[in-house]
Design a protein. Structure first.
Length: 280
């Protein structure tokens, strides 16, 4: 069984099954899955159903309908921005690469309807010394995390906090790599299912004329106070308010659905501001 509904399997068999289903418009027979993925040629129909049922129990994206394996829609495609719940988060870490580096602090805020709501915050014991350079950057030292919980001890509460929300981070690739690495240590072969938006990419599309798209620069553009920079809660708070401003700008340009916003968060998407349909 899946340990949490917002976790998905990273196993090779699951990934190959999903690739097969996508090539067949989202569904295929259990016999086909066992034949192509498990390499058991011409399996008995009942045996195939039994093998597939055991396989897909590990991943909420897959269901078995009689003898057909079905890839579920992720449920986010047609969400309206006004109805979407976001969790904006930030991590502090012992370094730039996971592994070997680990998380030292998590800060997160829930955003819905343009309002910043609930907060989640905790220090995390990284089980490894914090380098002096990182101490100078974040102010978090070994003594501060010595009695802090391990990630495995806060994983439940954080997974419950984010639920099925859309995640948001500034330079999201960095934060998601660390978060999924830690999740994989606690729940081997699993990662987050939640889609994630990047405010660096969004701000590059929406604010092309500012000098750079670092968190402090974008916060300054929107007159957002950024105190205790490089602490997770402070950076997540600033990112949440930046994201609210970016959402407001996109809605004013006629963007109202999550699918389009996810496109803007892609490096390859070119954003065109909505222009008035009358001459000045």
């Amino acid at each position: 069984m899946t340990p949490y509904p917002n976790l998905i399997s990273e196993s090779l068999l699951i990934n190959e099954t999903i690739a097969l289903l996508r090539s067949f418009d989202g569904k295929a027979s259990a016999v086909s899955v066992v034949d192509f993925v498990m390499k058991i040629r011409k399996p008995d129909r009942n045996l195939a159903k039994m093998l597939v049922a055991d396989l897909i129990a590990r991943d909420p994206r897959l269901t078995l309908d009689d003898d057909m394996v079905v890839l579920a829609n992720d449920g986010f495609e047609h969400l309206e921005l006004a109805d979407t719940e976001f969790v904006v988060f930030d991590l502090e870490t012992t370094g730039a690469k996971a592994p070997p580096c680990r998380i030292t602090e998590i800060g997160a805020y829930r955003v819905k309807g343009g309002e910043v709501l609930d907060k989640f915050h905790t220090l995390v014991n990284p089980e490894t010394p914090i380098p002096s350079f990182i101490i100078g950057l974040t102010g978090i030292d070994d003594s501060m995390v010595a009695d802090a919980p391990l990630f495995e001890d806060v994983a439940h509460d954080f997974l419950e906090f984010i639920g099925d929300s859309v995640l948001v981070a500034h330079n999201s690739g960095f934060d998601m790599r660390f978060l999924n690495h830690e999740i994989g240590r606690v729940f081997p072969d699993y990662k987050l299912a939640n889609p994630c938006l990047c405010t660096v990419q969004l701000s590059r599309k929406l604010l092309p004329d500012i000098r750079n798209h670092k968190l402090a620069t974008v916060a300054e553009h929107y007159s957002i106070d950024l105190v205790n920079h490089h602490r997770a809660s402070a950076d997540a708070f600033a990112t949440a308010h930046i994201f609210v401003n970016l959402l407001t700008q996109m809605r004013s340009d006629g963007v109202n659905d999550l699918t389009t916003v996810r496109g803007f968060s892609s490096r390859k998407h070119n954003y065109a501001r909505k222009r008035p349909n009358h001459l000045p």
